[in-house]
Design a protein around this ligand. Sequence first.
Ligand SMILES: Cc1cc2nc3c(=O)[nH]c(=O)nc-3n(C[C@H](O)[C@H](O)[C@H](O)COP(=O)(O)OP(=O)(O)OC[C@H]3O[C@@H](n4cnc5c(N)ncnc54)[C@H](O)[C@@H]3O)c2cc1C
Length: 564
Amino acid sequence: MAVFEHDVLVIGGGLAGMRAAIEAARNGADVAIISKLHPMRSHSGAAQGGINAALGEDDSWETHAFDTVKGSDYLADQDAAEILAREAPNDIVELERMGTTFNRDEQGRIALRPFGGAGFPRACFIGDITGQAILHVVFEQVLKLSVTIYEEYYCTSLIVDDGVVRGAVALHLVAGNLVPIQGKAVIMATGGLGRVYQPTTNGIACTGDGMAIAYRAGAPLQDMEFMQFHPTTLKDSGVLMTEGARGEGAYLLNSAGERFMAKYAPEKLELASRDVVSRAEQTEIEEGRGVDGCVLLDVRHLGEARINERLWQIRELAIDLANTDIVHEPVKVRPGAHYAMGGIKTNVDGASPLAGLFAAGECANVSVHGANRLGGNSLLETVVFGRRAGQAAARYARETPARPPLSEAVVQRDQEFIETVMERAGSAGGDGDRPAAIRHELGEMMRADVGIFRTGERLAAALGKVAELQERYQRVRLHDTGKVFNIDLVSLFELSFMLDIAHTMVAGALAREESRGAHTRRDFPDRDDERWLKHTLAYCTPEGPRLEYAPVTIMRWQPEVRTY
Ligand SMILES: Cc1cc2nc3c(=O)[nH]c(=O)nc-3n(C[C@H](O)[C@H](O)[C@H](O)COP(=O)(O)OP(=O)(O)OC[C@H]3O[C@@H](n4cnc5c(N)ncnc54)[C@H](O)[C@@H]3O)c2cc1C
């Protein structure tokens, strides 16, 4: 069996992974990326509205950092929020130098669009295809630096030797065999977990793999109870209508045609932070002022020319998926599962508490988003903390002495799992579910019981449901027993990761008896700084997550009442 070896192994070929790989390579490391998708198909490519940096004349990194901390409902670590905001302008300039064609203003400077919860227009953008445009230029740099790419390799587990991460096991999807890939340092950059919910704005591959893999290997997951519900997603498909639409001036209307945000956020209206807008929409819908289970997003007053210049993608999406041309009529939208604030706990250099393991991007928790992320800060997080993780991992690899090669036994556990499910698939009879059935029930349950408004009773029921689904997973049945591109098998791994992740989310939410940011408990409606101004850490045990708590780093800004 071939054992591949690198200094730095990056798992994930999205923006965070590729930015980390570039920086590690620039720092002299031999770098490889493992990705279950072609890097250009990573979900970063779906990002629409923009990436934040305090480039405006009246803006400052301090204001950006403060907005981030306030948006987080004071759960963000303030040292991390400061780094994010302070380093953002340079990272934007660097992206531009790589070739990113940001929209310009009349003076030829990078144009800035207002986003929710921000004191100034701060989101740099390329129409409403910002992620796609940046992904292209970053991928070019990866190619230029000759980073090895294990494309369509599916990471199934980390290799941990004597408490130190030494590489990863991956299923080569084309050949169907498991391979160990050794890395002195490993950077997890596998993106989000949105598919734990149904529907979601996230693509089919956003199944929280890296978070679950790191968790099983011994790394703690931080603040998993905080899930962001984006205020403007299409009703049936869950596809996103960018916050950039509200940044350009779109209205949210209820069934009476009222701009209802005036009641909930009199100052910021539609540009309050996402948790506030989503709660307001859900309240309007539940109190009978919705339209077909939705509210209306109205951009007609912007005019066709501006819509075509800045919001062309969402115009096409609304026509194709909701049969609505936003130039002529408002489109029905509702809050939808969008972004995981929680993830693998790291320090500001991307290092997790598990030696040799780093993390960056949506799968990491550094923590800049706390209980609620601001729009435009996630793309920024991928480049700022991707870069920092790449640099730190290269340093760690340089300082790590060579170790004896890994034995073939490192793939044994995953190999046995595959053999067991293949045997079960080949045997007659049995009452096991198909993976898709369990996945569907999980997504529906998470939407109903672990949504915008939560109660102890529903969360306790959710915990029971996760246990039931985990038990049914033990008997799950594959149909495809082939080796080549066995997506059925991949979905089985993904499902087990999603069940573990859901377990940490529900356990964290049930324990947190307060309302903060995106976590709203009807039975505990107030923020409770005395008891709950702390991070939740989930550790993997055979019985499920064990929760511990860690302090929040407070520097300049003491928690205040949060209004918009
Ligand atoms: C519709 C949409 C619009 C958004 N718009 C914005 C925006 O305008 N501004 C903003 O700041 N944020 C936005 N976000 C959020 C932001 O796009 C993401 O948080 C960010 O791009 C995530 O980047 P990432 O590199 O962490 O993950 P991804 O880009 O998702 O990349 C993950 C990578 O990991 C790989 N991978 C996953 N699991 C495995 C495995 N088991 N083995 C091997 N490889 C694996 C995948 O192949 C992929 O290459 C948006 C999100 C969505 C869903």
